[in-house]
Write a protein that binds this ligand. Structure first.
Ligand code: PA5
Length: 458
């Protein structure tokens, strides 16, 4: 029996926190738009314009990813997961959310999967550090780029190609799996020519909505994550979100609260604060999803901030509590821990310590969440809380799908297209120009014309 994720918006309402909260009326006034946007989204789902809704039930795709992962696991211990942005953040969220915190350090029989490494950035310090630590003979490579042409990912491929060549002919070709567009792009062309194994990224699934394609599923399965449980959790969330009633649909309700907080209450900054270290990377994933999908015009673009409880109680929370009253916090807490540690009774003559004995570490973490949310509410600072019954594959599937649907819904609510990223593409043109890419010469000239003044460089 699997339990449902719960969204609690009490501390976002005027009933609980006064004038800074939203009212039942605010939500009810949105109802006609919700119904209309729901009909539009469902039509796009039906006509396959938005296939991300149906990824959880695409068994052929998940079986293909699982089969390749199983095959790699037989021959190799490590998987280098090359990719950036939407081609990395989802898999990282799954890895840190669902694997042992020190997965890569555990012996094989305890890990239950391959070691995963995410170089992500084109930073030679990180990448060479990883290459220092892994034995390439025992290492496979997942090259993940939906467009097939991302510079950071290709930079890593170019380094690896040369390193694997030292292991002998064909060493690289045997070890690479390309995850990319089924037809287009440089990676597809190279993979086809070299005869690499490949997995497709459905063209109509945007990078940041692709965690439940092979982009996330291949690394997840390789690490030993319960891919079927993950997809079942996501499918359950899709079903819950088939309702056009705001009060039955947790994704729409979450998006509506954030939208109203922004547009009616001047809260353009969205803090995402799970009380679980394992969800740190999920905060990163959320930040990309929310920022890249909604930051589209000079007037639209809530600013997401990542945090983690209780660590940020000793950092960001002072600002949330007493700084400018322009933020909204979404907490995530886990009800039943996978692991807990009882706190023994000790140092009972010390008031600062004595009250902790007899409780548990998980209890402390959750009480800290409750206390922080209550203190914020008392100061008239709104928040909402997502409660995961457990931090397991099913819960994670629900959480990720909740935010994908919330984002798909928030886009049209704000009047922007959440599925493109023209701002990211603009920067890529200048990269091509600066590094001498054929056909990109004019971008280099454009940059050169800017002629910065030496006086302003100190
Ligand atoms: O969400 C997106 O579309 C982007 O963040 C991309 O995922 C990112 O730019 C990487 O692109 P690609 O997968 O084509 O390498």
């Amino acid at each position: 029996m699997t339990a449902n994720l719960v969204l609690d918006i009490n501390l976002a309402t005027d009933e609980q926190i006064g004038a800074n909260g939203i009212s039942l009326r605010d939500l009810e006034e949105l109802a006609p738009r919700v119904k209309q946007l729901h009909a539009e989204l469902q039509e796009k789902r039906r006509t396959k314009v938005l296939p991300f809704f149906d990824l959880p039930t695409d068994t052929a795709a998940s079986e293909a990813a699982k089969a390749i992962a199983a095959d790699l696991s037989k021959s190799y211990d490590n998987l280098l997961v090359l990719g950036i942005g939407g081609s990395s953040l989802g898999a990282k969220a799954l890895f840190s959310g669902l694997c042992h915190p020190l997965h890569n350090l555990l012996p094989k029989e305890k890990r239950g999967g391959m070691r995963l490494f995410f170089p992500d950035n084109a930073d030679p310090v990180t990448f060479s550090g990883i290459l220092d630590a892994v034995d390439l003979e025992k290492t496979a490579v997942a090259a993940i780029t939906k467009s097939g042409g991302t510079a950071e990912t290709w930079s890593q491929m170019l380094v690896l190609r040369e390193r694997y060549a030292r292991l002998g002919e064909g060493a690289f070709d045997q070890r690479v799996v390309a995850v990319t567009d089924p037809e287009k792009g440089a990676l597809r062309r190279v993979a086809t020519k070299a005869g690499w194994r490949t997995l497709p990224v459905p063209p109509a699934v945007g990078g940041r909505f692709s965690v439940l394609t092979a982009v996330g599923l291949l690394p997840a399965a390789a690490a030993g994550i319960d891919v079927d449980g993950l997809l079942a959790g996501a499918a359950d969330m899709v079903r819950r979100c088939e309702s056009d009633d705001l009060f039955q649909n947790p994704a729409y309700l979450a998006a509506a609260v954030l939208y109203l907080m922004d547009t009616k209450k001047g809260r353009r900054i969205d803090v995402f604060m799970p009380y679980a270290d394992a969800l740190r990377e999920t905060s990163d994933w959320f930040v990309q999803l929310w920022a890249e999908s909604l930051g589209k015009t000079k007037d639209v673009g809530p600013t997401p901030i990542r945090a983690v409880g209780a660590t940020d109680q000793h950092s960001l929370v002072q600002l949330l509590m007493e700084g400018p009253n322009d933020k909204f916090t979404t907490f995530v807490r886990v009800d039943a821990p996978n692991v807990d540690l009882p706190l023994s009774k000790g140092w009972e003559d010390q008031g600062d310590v004595a009250y902790l004995g007899g409780h548990s570490m998980h209890e402390l973490l959750n009480v800290e969440h409750q206390a922080t949310a209550a203190a914020l509410a008392q100061a008239g600072r709104p928040s909402m809380t997502i409660r995961l019954p457990r931090l397991d594959a099913h819960g994670m599937g629900q959480l990720l799908m909740l935010w994908e649907i919330a984002t798909a819904f928030a886009g049209p609510l704000y009047g922007v297209n959440p599925f493109d990223q023209p701002g990211v593409e603009a920067g890529k043109k200048f990269i091509g120009g600066l590094l001498g890419r054929a056909g990109y010469e004019r971008y280099k000239s454009e940059l050169e014309q800017r002629s910065p003044k030496p006086d302003w460089v100190v």
